[in-house]
Design a protein around this ligand. Structure first.
Ligand code: AHR
Length: 514
């Protein structure tokens, strides 16, 4: 198959914004085997868990490779009927409860609470995160939960005075406050599946009162409003009311495996357009309220998920293939390109449930999607650079309906659906390095990419490349011999920047150009 010409213009002077490391964040929900049997497995018979804490040490080691700065917890849908008080104090006294989001039972053995015997590392939720150097972001229950419960949770985690919940934390063995900075005001409150679903204005009014009270209790916390997809009327109404009292607006969106070939220009492209709209809605809300403050996007659920193939109430264990890995790389390209507005993004989720790693009692394997995530989190940090790409654009059924309306009529819909999808950063190394992440989203065509750079950049005679590729888009990893069927392959390639650079069909490459 002949290669098709493409061009990639990168000017190191045109900086979009700093890539916030928090765009490489994770999410652990009480759902399926994410926590129980994933992160936390005290009865593991193969010696994989820490005997004191019950944490799966192999899981923590692999999560460390992803260098995750922040983890959202405890849901998701789960949180909308969660009583955090059940998860603290002596384990043998913790109640089992019906779990209504995924129709299971919650043992409450894992929570914000403490180990009864006072180990050093004894907070089941907060400790593994702190072991990983990760900040927690707690989502509050705005379904069955009250403002009083929410205030009590913040006091339990952050209180330093001689007050009831701060003292309860001390009784449970933690003198020092946990210092949880990020708190979300509910999860997907707009959704019919949510316990406590609300109309936009009702949620906005309610969340406004919560925000005021929570900030009175702890002025150092940062709050996240519950947005929808970033471009809906819900987002507009919520931002208009909550802009003065929150720091982030949350957005959720998933590439649906069954709906479209996800390596193609699918939901990530629609999310990018949605983010353009969210940016404007945020601006509008700030203008209307006369606000001069930082208010950015917390994209706290994104990934590939087909709930028909991997239903939530069955644990949502998607087994990802190469095409999913390419979709994940496209998502991450979006977050780097939108660095000025997206400051937090959490892949949903981090262990077993629609996750880059799958565990069994005997071990774990890294899914295909693990590799783009690791490459981005390791290398794509620094200043996001403006780029211009010329390549054929995709037009057809895999363009999601939301941007289909725009296709052919606006220039930027073509920008969103290019086969060659690129982001670039200027890394703070000495000397500074330009690093580029490129997805070739064409199933069958290779491209020969010509690069053009600004005047101060010089290509060295070779480039370091990390490639995620296989001849078959359906290839995936598994336990045993297939553990590393798909992985990131490191290469050093001779190239002086003058001739075309080969982009294999359906490939992801992360490379260092200077
Ligand atoms: O990540 C799985 C679920 O997807 C979350 O619980 C919910 O918030 C979203 O709909």
């Amino acid at each position: 198959m002949a290669t098709i010409p493409a061009s990639i213009h990168i000017d190191p002077v045109r900086i979009i914004g700093q890539v916030d490391p928090r765009i490489y964040s994770g999410f652990t929900e009480h759902m399926g085997r994410c926590i129980y049997g994933g992160l936390y497995d005290p009865n593991n018979k193969h010696g994989l868990s820490d005997p004191k804490t019950g944490f799966r040490l192999d899981v923590l080691d692999v999560l460390k490779e992803l260098n995750i700065p922040l983890v959202r917890y405890p849901g998701g849908n789960f949180v909308s009927s969660y009583r955090w008080q059940d998860g603290v104090g002596p384990r043998e006294l913790r109640p089992r409860r019906p779990e209504l989001a995924w129709l299971s039972e919650e043992s409450n053995q894992f929570g914000t609470g403490t180990h009864p015997f006072g180990c050093i590392v004894d907070c089941p939720f907060l400790s593994p995160l702190r072991i990983l150097g990760t900040e927690p972001c707690i989502c509050l229950n705005m379904g069955t939960g009250t403002l009083e419960d929410a205030l009590a949770w913040v006091e339990y985690c952050n209180g330093s005075a001689n007050t009831y919940y701060a003292n309860l934390r001390r009784t449970n063995g933690h003198d020092a406050p946990y210092g949880v900075k990020y708190w979300s005001l509910g999860n997907e409150v707009w959704g019919p599946w949510q316990i406590g679903q609300m109309e936009a204005q009702d949620y906005a009014n309610n969340a406004y009162q919560w925000a005021k009270a929570l900030r009175l209790l702890d002025p150092n916390i940062q709050l996240v409003s519950c947005g929808e997809t970033g471009y809906t009327d819900w987002d507009r109404v919520i931002l208009r009311k909550l802009a003065p009292v929150v720091d982030f607006h949350s957005v959720h969106s998933m590439s649906c495996r069954g709906c479209v070939p996800h390596y193609g220009p699918s939901t990530a492209a629609a999310a990018e357009k949605a983010l353009d709209i969210t940016r404007s809605l945020i601006d509008l809300s700030k203008i209307e309220s006369g606000l001069n403050k930082a208010l950015t996007v917390c994209f706290d659920e994104w990934n590939v998920w087909d709930p028909v193939r991997a239903p939530g109430d069955k644990g949502a264990e998607e087994h990802y293939d190469l095409s999913d890995a390419l979709a994940v790389a496209s998502w991450l390209n979006v977050f780097v390109r939108q660095a000025d507005i997206v400051k937090i993004a959490c892949i949903a989720q981090s262990v077993n449930v629609i996750s880059p790693i799958i565990t069994s009692p005997e071990g774990l394997f890294r899914q295909t999607t693990f590799y783009p995530l690791k490459l981005f989190s390791t290398f794509m940090r620094g200043a996001s650079l403006d780029i211009h790409v010329q390549s054929p654009s995709y037009q057809g059924p895999t363009v999601p309906p939301f941007i289909q309306h725009l296709t052919l009529h606006t220039p930027d819909s073509a920008r969103l659906t290019k086969f060659v999808d690129v982001s670039a950063v200027l890394a703070c190394t000495t000397p500074p390095e330009i690093r580029v992440a490129i997805v070739n989203r064409s199933e069958n065509n290779a491209f020969s990419a010509h690069f053009a750079f600004g005047p101060n950049a010089e290509v060295t005679s070779s480039v370091k490349v990390y490639e995620v590729w296989s001849a078959d888009l359906k290839d995936r990893n598994g336990f045993g011999k297939d553990e590393e069927k798909i992985k990131a392959v490191e290469k050093e390639e001779k190239w002086d920047g003058k001739q075309g650079y080969l982009l294999k069909s359906h490939s992801f490459q992360s490379e260092f150009l200077f």
